[in-house]
Design a protein around this ligand. Structure first.
Ligand code: NAD
Length: 410
């Protein structure tokens, strides 16, 4: 909103003067939201008779954990079934000590006390772009250093990634793609990073007030006492499970970031439900091809299913339909015309294989795509479904129509 008031409201006919950022108040508002949400979960525990024990647990037997209580003391719990959902932690960057003030992970990046003049982000994946986008829009000069040739991490469609990069660059973010960080030094006032082209080249030094390390996350299982019961992790630290979320000790199941699959809260949520259903009913199901990804930058990027590169690699024949927000009535009246919706459908059957969006409200709009994929829809199914005028969702319908050459407004 701050960025919008500074840059957009005037042309919409709202004159605002004396705009100032009150970061302390902004953080207080954020903390109120976070508190409300976490307390809400505690309330739901109570309502559903789930006992919440605050402490850290380690296996002391195959059916037993010892809990070091936060308030002191120890408690032993026994369970017929045990679920592990310990999540993940930021992968550290060798040679840079995380202090969550000058060298931060996402944890420190959402709690900075002032807007850094210069911020360098190591890793142009989801976290790097989300946090980079936030601080850039609050006034920071943000440079993202990314090892690969494109931003957004491996799941993002290359065309959407390119479009997103252009939009973020227009907002002032800078990108150094195909670049690796050699080493960092945070002993002085700021942080110095030595970087060079990934394929070898001249090294240069980047100065920053704050460096965000966002090169991925890794499963968090330290201190769980896995060795006491003989549970093993793979070479990426993920707990090994079967399709029913069972470890080799079948009464111990694992869901979420500490095992396979994308590290997303809503993926873990589906797994939690399925894992309980396996215990209670003997069956459960998660459709991993219909898990949406949303990058909460401004504008948002969202996708579900497969991207062009993945389909090419699998040798699948597909067709593409896309529709720009610049041709959508609502986006035009809202003065938010950047971005596009893109459908990828099977060349022969027209079944939707992937949907990729960058633009206003992408994170909400993708829900329709997830439903379409879950129900095995064709792009023509979506194209022949009425969408209200004037809404952004019409861009979604028209991208579907574009896969068979019938988009009306473009
Ligand atoms: P990521 O895997 O999305 O991106 C990491 C990026 O860092 C990649 O593009 C990689 O090429 C790059 N990289 C790795 N090493 C590098 C190096 N030495 N120098 C330069 N670049 C390097 O990881 P992330 O952004 O840290 O996020 C971690 C996980 O958390 C992801 O699975 C992400 O999906 C999840 N997450 C999701 C959301 C969301 O869905 N909105 C929000 C937060 C986190």
């Amino acid at each position: 909103m701050y960025h919008q008031i500074l840059h957009d409201t005037k042309k919409r006919g709202i004159d605002v003067s004396d705009v100032k950022l009150n970061l302390k108040q902004m953080m207080a508002a954020k903390n109120t939201s976070v508190d409300g949400l976490t307390k809400g979960v505690e309330f739901l525990f109570k309502k559903n008779k789930v006992e919440y024990i605050k402490g850290s647990a380690a296996f002391s037997g195959e059916n037993e954990v010892k809990v070091n209580l936060i308030d002191g003391g120890e408690q032993t719990l026994r369970g017929k079934n045990i679920f592990i959902a310990t999540g993940s932690e930021a992968t550290p960057f060798p040679g840079l000590t995380i202090d969550e003030k000058k060298v931060v992970t996402s944890t420190g990046a959402i709690a900075l006390e002032s807007v850094p003049k210069k911020m360098v982000v190591i890793g142009g994946g989801i976290i790097g772009l989300e946090m980079g986008s936030v601080w850039s829009r609050l006034g920071s000069e943000v440079t993202v250093v990314e090892f690969l040739g494109q931003i957004g991490g491996p799941g993002m469609d290359a065309e959407i990634s390119k479009t997103t990069k252009k939009i973020l660059e227009k907002q002032g973010m800078k990108f150094k793609l195909g670049t690796k960080v050699l080493k960092g030094d945070s002993s002085g006032e700021g942080v110095k990073l030595e970087v060079e082209a990934a394929k070898g080249g001249k090294a240069e030094t980047l100065d920053a007030d704050v460096v965000l390390v966002a090169i991925g996350r890794r499963p968090y299982t330290a201190g769980l006492g896995l060795e006491n019961i003989g549970l093993e992790v793979d070479n990426k630290g993920r707990l090994i499970i079967d399709e029913q979320y069972r470890t080799k000790l079948p009464h111990i199941r694992v869901i979420g970031d500490c095992t396979f699959g994308p590290m997303l809260a809503h993926k873990a949520e589906e797994e939690g439900v399925a894992a309980v259903e396996f215990v209670k009913k003997g069956y459960g199901h998660v459709n991993y091809n219909a898990i949406p990804s949303v990058m909460y930058t401004h504008p948002e990027v969202a996708w579900v299913g497969q991207n062009e590169a993945e389909l090419k690699e699998q040798g699948v024949k597909y067709k593409v339909g896309s529709f720009p927000f610049s041709a959508n009535s609502r986006a035009k009246t809202n003065l938010e015309t950047e971005g596009m919706v893109k459908f990828v459908a099977d060349a022969e059957t027209d079944r939707i294989l992937g949907i990729h969006i960058v633009g206003p409200n992408a994170g909400e709009m993708i829900a329709e795509g997830v439903l379409a994929i879950e129900y095995g829809a064709s792009s023509e199914d979506v194209g022949r479904t009425s969408h209200a005028h004037p809404t952004l969702a019409e861009a979604f319908k028209e991208a579907a129509m574009a896969t068979y050459g019938k988009a009306i407004h473009y």
